[in-house]
Design a protein around this ligand. Structure first.
Ligand code: ZN
Length: 148
């Protein structure tokens, strides 16, 4: 049979059949047929996930890169790294941030490095960090007096 690349990609990422069917507008039968055609291992029964925790799943789909960057090897929604775990879809940077900073991000996360797709927790700033940086910038301007 002809295997659809988008279905195969989601199966490899460990996304549940029903989620794949919903997302790609295909039948669950098509998804399970593809699953068999790819000779993928049977999924864990009883709602079990291949990884015990979100953090485990994040680490399993991440490769360290040079200079502290981290490469995402898991599923991408467009260009956004998505972690599929226990039926939940979480942007990988949010998990990376939490692992690095020990707290959940506040507001929007923005990447602070210039490596596209980097998922290193240290390379993301949330609203709280940005506000602290702005305060530091204002203090700097106050001391050294200037707009330059
Ligand atoms: Zn980076």
């Amino acid at each position: 049979m002809k295997v659809r690349a988008d279905i195969a990609e989601l199966l490899h990422a460990g996304v549940h059949h029903q989620d794949i069917a919903r997302q790609l507008h295909v039948s669950r039968k098509t998804v399970s047929t593809t699953h068999r055609a790819l000779k993928l291992p049977a999924r864990v029964r009883g709602g079990g996930a291949p990884h015990a925790t979100l953090e485990d799943a994040y680490r399993a789909h991440t490769e360290p890169a040079a200079d502290g960057h981290a490469r995402w090897t898991g599923y991408l929604d467009g260009t956004l790294p998505i972690l599929c775990h226990a039926g939940e879809r979480t942007p990988a940077p949010r998990i990376a941030f939490r692992l690095h900073h020990g707290r959940a991000p506040e507001g929007r996360l923005r990447r602070t490095c210039t490596v596209p797709g980097c998922v290193a927790g240290a390379h993301y700033a949330d609203r709280r960090i940005r506000e602290a940086n702005q305060r530091a910038d204002r203090a700097f301007a106050a001391i050294f007096g200037g707009d330059q």
